[in-house]
Design a protein around this ligand. Structure first.
Ligand code: SF4
Length: 203
């Protein structure tokens, strides 16, 4: 969609291009998801962040506010980030595989993900994160040719675009239903994954 080398542009220019893309996206009708949206949900966080977190799709709260990860699952994500001293505002750039809310919060269909891929690719191209966190199986399947369940691949590192490293992690909406903090539980594993990410970005 855009052919630029972000290494050669300033942070201000990058932010300006992202804002222009956000404006284009807000008028998008490339797939049927535009029919039910209140707002497109473009991103949150820092456009100069080393970590990019990609979720599935906006839910009801996100659709209402136009910001990703602001419902109950988003609040749990914030709690995990705070516990591990990762700033949502400064350390992360957050977005989703599709920018409009699917009806009844269903999983986005392949043709919807394909239609929206140009925006996600542009975001990755401009942000050039060191680490990409793939939050849940929809994000994994959008970025990797891998159909294994998230429980089998979370916490592992994979090569990503532009020399980045990608790690699948549990989606916080799954963790909302998992309450144990015991060693080996999903919440415990999420904490371990975030510590691993911190090690990589501090190198
Ligand atoms: Fe356009 Fe993406 Fe929304 Fe579909 S989901 S209408 S491709 S912005």
């Amino acid at each position: 969609m855009i052919k630029i080398n972000p290494v050669k542009i300033s942070g201000n220019e990058k932010a300006k291009i992202l804002d222009q893309l956000k404006a284009v996206c807000s008028q998008c009708s490339a797939c049927p998801l535009h029919e039910g949206r209140t707002n497109t949900v473009w991103s949150d966080g820092n456009t100069n962040a080393k970590i990019m977190l990609i979720g599935e799709a906006p839910g009801q709260n996100e659709d209402m506010r136009g910001v990703p990860f602001v419902g109950r699952a988003g609040q749990l994500l914030d709690k995990f980030l705070e516990e591990h001293n990762i700033s949502r505002k400064y350390d992360l750039y957050i977005c989703n595989t599709v920018k409009c809310r699917p009806p009844e919060n269903r999983v986005p269909k392949p043709d919807e993900k394909e239609a929206c891929k140009k925006y996600l690719e542009a975001q990755i191209n401009l942000i050039r994160p060191k680490v990409i966190l793939l939050c849940g199986s929809t994000a994994v399947q959008s970025m990797m040719d891998n159909k294994l369940p998230i429980s089998k691949i979370r916490g592992e590192w994979f090569d990503g675009p532009f020399n980045s490293k990608m790690m699948p992690i549990f989606h916080p909406s799954y963790l909302l239903r998992q309450h144990s903090l015991e060693e080996g539980s999903p919440r415990w594993l999420m904490g371990r994954d975030l510590e691993e990410v911190k090690k990589v970005i501090s190198k």
